[in-house]
Design a protein around this ligand. Structure first.
Ligand SMILES: Cc1cc2nc3c(=O)[nH]c(=O)nc-3n(C[C@H](O)[C@H](O)[C@H](O)COP(=O)(O)O)c2cc1C
Length: 148
């Protein structure tokens, strides 16, 4: 079965997940926003938190939405203000995920994101959702991915 991990990462947690999944044989596609988040932590939280709160979609650099070659798609997103990160909102808008086995990996400071999870479940009824608490600092969190 061919599988792809499509993800965004600003500070490396998503990259830690990508590296783990690559070793398990996943293709990996990282999305890059045209405009990166602010560098300072304060502005980053303010900007990213506000934009995620209104469900904004970040324009992406050279994103290839074609996943037709894959049976299974795993989407990775940091949690911003309890929601999916804006670059992933764009991925979900541009990618045809019908007919795919779908899993969401949500990485966050708290390891929980009920708001994002209920939005995913209203949009993709059969998708699985896994939460990881800062996998870059807590590599043991990656063992949750053994089920994939
Ligand atoms: C703008 C912004 C908002 C965030 N909001 C939340 C939040 O609501 N809940 C939470 O648990 N973590 C929150 N975080 C922490 C990130 O979700 C967490 O550090 C995640 O692992 C980052 O993934 P990355 O390193 O791949 O970018 C926020 C981080 C940023 C930058």
């Amino acid at each position: 079965m061919s599988r792809i991990f499509v993800y965004y990462s600003d500070t490396g947690n998503g990259d830690a997940v990508a590296s783990y999944l690559k070793d398990k044989g996943f293709a990996v596609r990282k999305v890059i926003p045209k405009k990166p988040l602010a560098k300072s932590f304060f502005w980053k939280i303010l900007q990213g938190g506000f934009l995620a709160g209104i469900g904004a979609k970040s324009p992406l650099n050279g994103f290839d939405p074609d996943v037709s070659a894959f049976d299974e798609v795993v989407i990775g997103s940091p949690i911003w203000n309890g929601r999916l990160a804006c670059p992933i909102n764009t991925v979900l808008e541009q990618t045809d995920l019908s007919e795919k086995k779908l899993t969401f990996l949500l990485y966050s400071g708290s390891g929980a994101a009920p708001q994002a999870e209920s939005k995913i479940q209203s949009q993709f009824q059969s998708a699985a959702v896994l939460h990881l608490k800062q996998p870059l600092d807590n590599p043991a969190e990656l063992t949750k991915l053994a089920a994939l």
